[in-house]
Ligand binder design. Sequence first.
Ligand SMILES: [Zn+2]
Ligand SMILES: [Zn+2]
Ligand SMILES: [Zn+2]
Length: 137
Amino acid sequence: MEINNLFNKRNIKKTKVRTELLELFTVSDSSFSVPDILKKINATKDKVTVYRALELFENKGLIHKVPDSDNKLRYALCSLECVSTVHTHSHAHLVCTECSDTFCMDDIKLPEFSFSTNIFVDHYELILNGKCENCVS
Ligand SMILES: [Zn+2]
Ligand SMILES: [Zn+2]
Ligand SMILES: [Zn+2]
């Protein structure tokens, strides 16, 4: 999907920083922490600008927070079903203990639970800890 389309579809004004940031996510199948991003993009070296852009992307359904081995903020690209304010995906995340990257596991079906007490579960997270494809081989 083209960057411009992604911005237009979600009513995001295009800026240099936002374009470079979204490009980073679209060309990779893994995830990024803020320090990773600051190292990789050239449009800005300002942390606050990056945080703001990430927050905007998250609110517009472009990216989502993923678990991280050191509990840092870490984001991955959303599927196209995600729209503003509603993140529809429920997938497992693999946290690699070797390279510390986090991967969205879209092809794993999450188990369905039944409860003996009357509770309502909105969503839950399944985190797999282990080694990613790159680190296993
Ligand atoms: Zn999402
Ligand atoms: Zn790895
Ligand atoms: Zn994910």
